[in-house]
Design a protein around this ligand. Structure first.
Ligand code: SAH
Length: 235
């Protein structure tokens, strides 16, 4: 059973774009996941095919209409569709690797991309959209945020990453930022590779990496340290 993504957008030409290349692109070709970009405008009913209108109460910008969005969502995700309905939104819960993992383990996702000032609140309430933010800054639309979300999900789908272990040791997976990496040449601009890494002593290497990861996390992301699981995750 492959992961099925449906993206509702005013710019379907923005897909698959980066998701059609490299790891995600190969997985798309292999059928590990599928991607359908739906043009929201196709669900407008008036002569001008309008999808937005001025904000009730006044103010700048335009708001995406609940009735148009409802038709688009209901067509893309009819009753019985078990996929979560997501709305990319700066007001949403910040995306975490944990939520990415949960989504990757599921049947897929229906992702609504906002534009303008955002969407009418009633569509969020009536279709129980889960709002997801990719960070505390404002994008011009949800499409790039949907790319971020899907890229993070797809690399976790079975068989997508060649080396499964690399997923488990990565930043956030064990509550820590990852340790630093080195590769050849042995010396670069007078800087050698830390000796322990070329020692061949795997226990020592694991210990060093763990210590480096903890140091880095304490310095840069003490907030992660606070919620770190107690048991060490070393291999
Ligand atoms: N007026 C809104 C911002 C609208 S930006 C506010 O102040 O909250 C237009 C659209 O871009 C949003 O509807 C959303 O779909 C998308 N977007 C912008 N920033 C985002 C972020 N940080 N994470 C996820 N989606 C975002």
């Amino acid at each position: 059973m492959s992961f099925r993504a449906t993206v509702l957008t005013l710019y379907p030409e923005m897909f698959p774009a980066a998701l059609g290349l490299s790891l995600a692109g190969r997985a798309l070709e292999a059928g590990t996941w599928s991607l359908e970009a739906v043009q929201i405008r196709d669900f407008a009913t008036d002569r001008h095919r309008s999808v937005d209108d001025t904000p009730a109460g006044g103010g700048a910008g335009m708001v995406m209409r609940a009735d148009v969005l409802a038709r688009a969502i209901d067509a893309a995700s009819p009753e019985g569709d078990l996929r979560p309905r997501l709305l990319m939104s700066p007001r949403g819960r910040p995306l975490t690797q944990e939520r990415v993992r949960e989504l990757a383990a599921g049947p897929g996702a229906v992702i609504l991309c906002g534009r303008f000032e955002g969407v009418d609140q009633r569509i969020i309430d009536a279709r129980q959209l889960e709002e997801i933010s990719i960070g505390d800054y404002i994008l011009s639309g949800g499409e790039v945020a949907a790319h971020v979300l899907l890229d993070a999900i797809v690399r976790l789908l079975p068989g997508v990453m060649g080396n499964e272990a690399s997923g488990e040791e990565e930043s956030f997976e064990n509550g820590l930022l990852e340790h630093p990496h080195y590769t050849r040449p042995q010396e670069f601009e007078g800087l050698p590779i830390p000796e322990v890494l070329t020692s061949g002593n795997h226990a020592k290497i694991a210990k060093w990496r763990r210590a480096e990861a903890e140091k880095l996390t304490a310095e840069r992301r003490p907030d992660l340290m606070a919620k770190k699981p107690a048991q060490p995750v070393t291999k």
